[in-house]
Design a protein around this ligand. Structure first.
Ligand SMILES: [Zn+2]
Length: 501
């Protein structure tokens, strides 16, 4: 992923996420990296091609710390789904996907992200009933073709939603209970073997794509299965990424099953380590945060998904106060629809303001930008991304300062978070190569995308019809059960409970 010619991007307002300031600078790019940066006219640019950026704000490529490529063909699917409703619908949302469909679904997400200024992502890849090498390689190819960097983790479990929540099956009407008792995920051994085959083929992954592992939710995995996942991670040096304490119900179920929080359980099982990322982390208490900090773990903050599913709001300030690395993410289209990191930044900024406390505990715009760049880069293990400095990868985004979002340009860094949407993005570069130029994706042909997606969605609707119909029957029962269980007491709150005098 390298640009071969020397290119000078001159005169742009260049954002430094470490300081949160933006200054007029020239950037010299060679072999995919920034090899020179300095005030206009000071960078030796002999023989370099030029790209004039005088009316542009230049930021590092935004980095999405948590998404799901398989979910982009169900964008806009839900009016009012909780997390548990979404998981009930999982079998048809992700079902019947051959490698070609997985490729197309991932490509849609990659184009969505790129066109909104995102140049790298962490994708938790799901294939029912277990991962396949062919499916996984198709996902990797989609990112490579679109020109994004990606860390891909097979998202796996050996228990169904129904097996994972105590009492749920017995609370269903008898016929539905009998049906879900027959739900069978692939055995843990088969899934572990499938991950091993993918890990053995890591060397075949497309350029810019690396491997991780994602045992999806702690209580959806048996102890034995989690131990096997840790073993694979250890042997292949893979980052681990899990959904942790996403909904109130999950926090309660963990206490029922483990007698303690999921984080405490995982700490004792040897799961927590510097390359461990807890996605969501809405229902974490102070002890959980202390443990994550002590083990050097990261958190992926995903506010759009948490709002959309009514999961509650993650409290980021106490994470940062403990030195926990926090990245920012959109989640998959099944729970956030748009994969906009610009929206994610604005939501992160505003979410910090709903908690009781002085305004000094809110997140400033420059702190939010840091989450979406340096914080997410650390989660992906891309230390040469998320910053515009000598030696960093030339992954960058140009925003039009002539766009109405920046008129007047009182404080462009603040306006990146408070005003900008994707219409202000003009150019996106990854590894020194333009993937979007003059507001048009140039890395892949998008001309017939709409028709291809429409055909694919129609084919999937027919194939997943029976699973969809069953989910519609199950959903109200699951949601009602989760609601009754969620009313149990926790020592802390992450959702507003209005009290009237
Ligand atoms: Zn997720």
């Amino acid at each position: 992923m390298s640009g071969h010619e020397r290119l000078l991007i001159n005169g742009g307002l260049v954002l430094d996420p470490r300081s949160g300031s933006a200054e007029s600078k020239d950037l010299l790019i060679e072999h995919g990296r920034i090899v020179g940066i300095g005030p206009p006219g000071t960078v030796n640019s002999a023989d370099a091609a030029r790209h004039d950026a005088h009316d542009r704000l230049i930021t590092p490529g935004l980095i999405n710390a948590h998404t799901h490529g398989h979910a982009n063909l169900v964008k806009g699917v839900a009016g009012a789904w909780t997390l548990e409703a979404s998981l009930t619908n999982g079998p048809w949302l992700a079902g019947c996907r051959d490698p070609e469909t997985m490729y197309l679904s991932t490509l849609v997400g990659a184009i969505d992200m790129l066109s909104k200024g995102c140049t790298a992502c962490f994708d938790l890849v799901y294939q029912f009933p277990r991962p396949t090498k062919a499916g996984f390689m198709a996902v990797a190819q989609a990112y490579a073709d679109a020109g994004m960097r990606a860390v891909l983790a097979p998202m796996v479990a050996d228990k169904s939603l129904f097996q994972s929540i105590p009492g749920l099956i017995d609370a269903l009407p008898p016929d539905l209970g009998d049906t879900v008792r027959r739900f069978d995920l692939a055995s843990g051994e088969q899934t572990v073997a499938a991950i091993e085959s993918i890990a053995a083929a890591q060397g075949d992954l497309a350029d810019g794509v690396t491997l991780a592992i994602a045992p999806t939710i702690p209580h959806h995995c048996t102890d034995r299965f989690l131990r096997d996942c840790i073993d694979i991670a250890d042997r292949h040096a893979l980052p681990i990424h899990m959904h942790i304490a996403e909904s109130r119900l999950q926090a309660i179920v963990a206490r029922q099953i483990y007698g303690r929080s999921a984080v405490q359980y995982l700490a004792e099982s040897g799961m927590l380590r510097p390359r461990f990322t807890a996605a969501h982390g809405v229902w974490l208490d102070d002890d959980d945060l202390d443990l994550l900090a002590a083990r050097g773990c990261s958190v992926a903050h995903i506010p759009a998904s948490n709002y959309r599913l009514g999961s509650g709001v993650a409290h980021v300030r106490p994470m940062l106060a403990r030195g926990i690395n926090v990245g920012l993410a959109t989640d998959g289209a099944n729970s956030s629809d748009s994969l906009s990191m610009l929206q994610a930044m604005r939501l992160a900024s505003f979410s910090a303001r709903i908690f009781d406390g002085p305004r000094e505990e809110w997140l400033t715009s420059s702190e939010v930008i840091k989450l979406a760049t340096l914080g997410s880069a650390k989660i992906l293990g891309l230390e040469a991304c998320g910053r515009l400095e000598q030696g960093a990868y030339a992954d960058l985004v140009l925003f039009d300062l002539g766009h109405i979002d920046f008129i007047p340009d009182i404080d462009p860094v603040n306006q990146l978070v408070t005003c900008a949407d994707s219409a202000a993005v003009t150019d996106v570069m990854v590894g020194g190569i333009f993937k979007m130029r003059d507001r048009k994706i140039v890395s892949v042909d998008t001309n017939n995308l709409r028709g291809r997606v429409r055909d694919s969605v129609a084919r999937l609707a027919a194939a997943t019809g029976p699973a969809h119909a069953l989910a519609e029957q199950l959903e109200p029962h699951v949601v009602a059960f989760a609601q009754s269980m969620s009313s149990e007491r926790l020592a802390f709150e992450r959702r507003i409970r209005p009290r009237f005098a």
